[in-house]
Design a protein around this ligand. Sequence first.
Ligand code: EPZ
Length: 412
Amino acid sequence: MTGGKKLNGEVLISGAKNSALPAMAASLLTRGKSVIRNVPHLRDIETFRLLLQHLGAKVKWTDTNTIEIDTSAVNCFDAPYDLVRTMRASVLVLGPLLAKYGKTKVSLPGGCAIGARPINFHLHGMEQLGGKIKLENGYVDATAGRLAGAHIAFDMPTVTGTENVLMASALAKGKTVIENAACEPEIGDLAGMLRQMGAKISGEGTERIEVTGRAKLKPLEWDVIPDRIETGTFLVAAAITGGEVTVRKCVPNHITALLNKLRESGANVTEGEDWITLKNGGGLKSVDIKTSPYPGFATDMQAQFMALMSLAEGVSVITETVFENRFMHVGELLRMGADITINGNTAVVRGVKSLKGAPVMATDLRASASLIIAGLAAKGDTLVQRIYHIDRGYEKIEKKFEGLGARIKRIS
Ligand code: EPZ
C-alpha cells in the first residue's frame, strides 16, 4: 500500500468471526439442519467447515454469508491435530461432542504466536460436568454419560472456556451455574442461540450465568452479531489517516472502551443505532490503555491502537494483561520508524512525526491489522507479507479499505 491518504466514506461491517465459530460448534448439539446467517467469509470459518465435515456433518454456503450445517450424519468425534493447530477455536467442538455423544478426542491446541494459551479451564469445566478427561499423545480423550449440571467457577474469565461450558451444560441434566464467566458480546450471542435451541439460560453478559439443560435441543437458526474488532479496526484506521469514516451494521455499545479512548485522544466520534462516524481533523494526543476482559479495552484492539499512538502527540503507556506475548507487532512498527520501548507487558510509545513505509511481516491476526493501519498512514510504500494471518479474521479487507480511498492492493 502507499500511505498518506485520508480515508473517507462508509464501510459495512461483517459478521463476528468469534460468534460465527461457536455458532458452528453449537450445531453439533443437535442432529438436523442448522442455518447461520451474517457469517463472514474467512479462513477460520473455512477451517471450521472442514472440521465439521471431518466429523460427518454436511456444511454448505447457501448464499453469500449464510451457512447451512446438517449434523444428521455426524459419526466421528475426533478433532485432529492438523486441523486444531491451524485454528485453536477448533477446541469449541469439545463441549458439544462430549455432551451430545459422550465421547470425543480433541488435539490439544498447542501455543500460538501470542501465548501458550492452555485449555485447562475448559477441561476442568468438562470434568465438573461429569466428563472423564485423559490427556495422552497430545490429545484430550474425553468420555461421559449424560452430563450433570454443576457449579463452576473459572479462575479467570475465558471466552471459549465459557462457551464450551455453556454448550455442554445446555444438554446436561439439571442446572449449571458459571461464576467468573466471560462477559464478551459473543457470549451473549451464543446464549441467545442456545436459548433459541431450547435451553433455559439467564445472566449472560454478567459474571454469573445460569443454565438449565434439556435432553434434546432444536437445530439452530441464527444471525450472528457484527464484528466489534473489525469495527474498531476501521475506526482506528480513520483516526490515523485523519479522515472521516462511517462504519455501518455495527453495534456501538460493543466497543465503548475503545470509543472513549478515541474521544480522549481527540477524535470526534458520533454514534447511532447501528453506525459510528469518526472524524479526525489531525493531531491526536497520546492516551494510555490497559487491556482487560470485556467490558474493558479489548486485547484484540491493542495492536491496532498502538499503531495509532505511534503517531500521536506525547507518550502512551500500553499495558497488555490478557496474553503474555502480544507485542509481536512492535518490532515491525519500529522498522517503520515508530519509537516504542517494551518493558515486560508494558509498551511505552513515544509519538513520532511520521512513519516510513517498509516491507513488514505479519505474525498474527491483529498484529497484521496493526501493520496495515500503520502502512495507511506511513510515507511511501509498505508491503505486508504473510497476509494469510489477516485473512483469518477480516473479510475482503483490502477491498473495504480501497472503498474508503486507500491506495492498497493484494499481491497474490
Ligand atoms: C478468545 O480467545 C478469542 N478467540 C481471542 O480472539 C481473544 O483474543 C480472546 O478470547 C480474549 O478476548 C475466539 O473467541 C475464537 P481466553 P480464547 O480463553 O477464548 C488464559 C482473535 O484475534 N486461559 O479468554 O482462547 C489464556 O491463556 C482471537 O480473534 C488459561 O490460562 O481466550 C489467556 O491468557 C485471538 N486457561 C486468558 O486466559 C484456559 O483454559 C484469556 O484467554 C483458557 C484461557
